[in-house]
Design a protein around this ligand. Structure first.
Ligand code: ZN
Ligand code: ZN
Length: 564
């Protein structure tokens, strides 16, 4: 079973590691952003027998997004040919849909449910059950309502053995969305009222429609007749949104059904929202005060580059960045520029005079939402993906998650086994980490146990502390000078439990035999000599010697010892 099949946004080495797949039977698609969908035609041409399933909304948008992917691939000489028109047609023809919130049997015995993810129209978390195992893959998600989609409802999330989650903003807290939106609307109104143009470079899917709806319903724009122009892929995607009105939140539906208004394009509305149909119309869009919503969002291509290069040199113009920008993208570069700086854009050298600001209208959850999802799903294994490595590690380090489950930050090709802890830091990695400074710990007693509270900064700077919570159980040993702490591996816990069961059974079994050591039989006379044995096994070479449990297998128990 494959979950999503996207392309890398930057274009080089665009395909996922399909070679790791061994005859997949099923592809489930969470949503229609290119990083989740872009390589689906490649997948389908390699594995034409595999079923492909998404929500209805995702398939509707997939038509536009995949076609755009093909167009960019054909226009750009540097980009390799990933798929052709025939692959695309076949893919769209074969892509099945299933409703949100209903279980379906995708393969014999494999139950699947799409759960609204609150990220963009059609986006779903994917919940899988097979026999007594369960897995939840979040895809991209947001717990807050936006104008084009209701947020992920925590009550709809089931518990699952494995949680694979995006962690894009897992280490930061978003400012309140409504405030950001209001600030953006006020800034736009200010510029156009002073006679200037505003460019909002925007992702075509999701963000652009959010901004159009915000302008459409903002009181600030009720009386403004300044036109809003929409250009690039935004146009085509917005049309799909309009065609799927029933998938949009009730307030948008009511705009049409009760108020009789068009939510997106309407030349006669106040303000008018006008689609730019041809590149030759572009100069018209900036001839008078206006707002332009155009893709791409990071100014890496598309009409937003044309508008930016024209407006950057105008003193009364503004460029408002509305979302994520890649570190190497022109969109990010612009944010660091001051008036008077020069920048190379659209093959021109430009002196910046326009106002440049950034607003956070993210469609991804933050640290708070991610924590809520983890608490609700209560996974045994937490797999962190879809975020910068630094952010993934920060999520892994954050206190609450650690003791509850195994945390994985897998690299391509890594295997995760149910019930098995992730590999710990190697000794080499540990050696690289600076010795910690001396610090104070708080000791709190708790029944017969004691808590040692280590300052958060210490834990953050030294990942060795993470190794102590791999299984959630720590062994402590006082040697008279040092208190030694070591993590318990799950195998050790299991082994101890088995040995204890052997001791308790009262039988003359291996667990209480003097030749039993480190799970192996050490009796030269036994047929099981030097073999691994079950602590509850019985043999005729048994020699009684009840041992104190604490003296058993100390080598093995302490092999991962970490000395603080
Ligand atoms: Zn996405
Ligand atoms: Zn994504």
């Amino acid at each position: 079973v494959v979950l999503d099949c996207g392309t890398r946004p930057k274009g080089y080495d665009p395909l996922p590691a399909l070679d790791y797949l061994d005859n997949p039977h099923l592809l489930l698609i969470s949503h229609s952003h290119q990083d989740h969908l872009g390589a689906v035609p490649v997948f389908h041409s390699r594995y034409p027998g595999a079923r492909m399933i998404s929500t209805h909304g995702t398939r509707e948008i997939a038509h536009v997004m995949l076609r755009d992917g093909l167009k960019i691939q054909q226009l750009n000489e540097d980009s390799p040919e990933l798929f052709d028109e025939a692959d695309l047609e076949q893919t769209l023809f074969q892509l099945e849909t299933q409703p949100v919130g209903k279980d379906f049997e995708a393969l014999p015995g494999l139950m699947v449910r799409f759960i609204n993810a609150g990220h963009i129209l059609g986006a779903a978390c994917i919940y899988l059950r097979y026999k007594d195992m369960s897995l939840l893959y979040t895809g991209d998600f947001h717990t807050t309502n936006s104008r084009t989609t209701n947020g992920l409802n925590l009550a709809e999330l089931p518990e699952a053995d494995i949680l694979i989650t995006e962690s894009t903003y897992g280490s930061s807290v978003h400012p309140a969305r409504r405030n950001q939106e209001t600030a953006l609307m006020e800034s736009i109104a200010e510029v156009v009222q002073a006679g200037g143009n505003v460019l909002i470079p925007s992702f075509a899917l999701g963000r652009a429609q959010e901004i159009l709806l915000a302008i459409r319903t903002s009181k600030l724009f009720n009386k403004l007749t300044v036109p809003i122009f929409v250009d690039g892929l935004v146009r085509a995607v917005t049309e799909v949104f309009r065609e799927n009105l029933d998938l949009l939140p009730i307030p948008v539906q009511n705009l049409v059904k009760i108020n009789g208004q068009e939510p997106f394009f309407d030349k006669t509305s106040t303000p008018p929202i006008i689609s730019i149909e041809h590149p030759r119309e572009r100069p018209i869009a900036i001839a008078k005060p206006s707002v332009i919503v155009a893709s791409s969002g990071m100014l890496t291509g598309g009409p937003s580059v044309y508008y930016a290069s024209a407006l950057l040199e105008q003193e009364n113009a503004a460029i408002f960045i509305s979302g994520y920008t890649d570190e190497e993208s022109p969109g990010r570069l612009l944010q660091s520029l001051k008036t008077g700086d020069t920048v190379e854009l659209d093959r021109k050298s430009i002196t910046v005079k326009a106002q440049i600001k950034r607003f956070n209208l993210s469609a991804h959850t933050d640290k708070v939402g991610l924590g809520q999802v983890i608490n609700k799903v209560k996974p045994k294994h937490l797999v962190l993906i879809h975020g910068e490595l630094e952010s993934l590690h920060q999520v892994a380090r954050s206190g609450d998650n650690q003791s509850l489950c195994y945390i994985h930050i897998p690299a391509v090709g890594d295997k995760i086994e149910l019930g098995v802890a992730p590999e710990q830091l190697s000794r080499k990695q540990i050696a690289k980490i600076q010795q910690p400074q001396e610090f104070d710990v708080m000791v709190e007693s708790f029944g017969t146990d004691a808590w040692l509270r280590v300052p958060e900064e210490v834990v953050e700077k030294d990942p060795r502390w993470q190794t102590l919570s791999i299984s959630g159980i720590i062994k402590a040993r006082w040697d008279g000078v040092n208190l030694k702490l070591a993590p318990m591996q799950p195998e050790m816990i299991l082994q101890e439990e088995e040995i204890e069961a052997g001791l308790k059974s009262g039988k003359d079994c291996c667990a209480v035999c003097q030749f039993f050591s480190g799970r192996f039989c050490q009796s030269p006379d036994s047929p099981l000599f030097e073999r691994r044995v079950d602590p509850l096994a019985i043999c005729d070479q048994f020699q009684s010697q009840v041992q104190d449990l604490s003296t058993l297998d100390t080598d093995l128990l302490w092999s991962e010892e970490v000395d603080y």
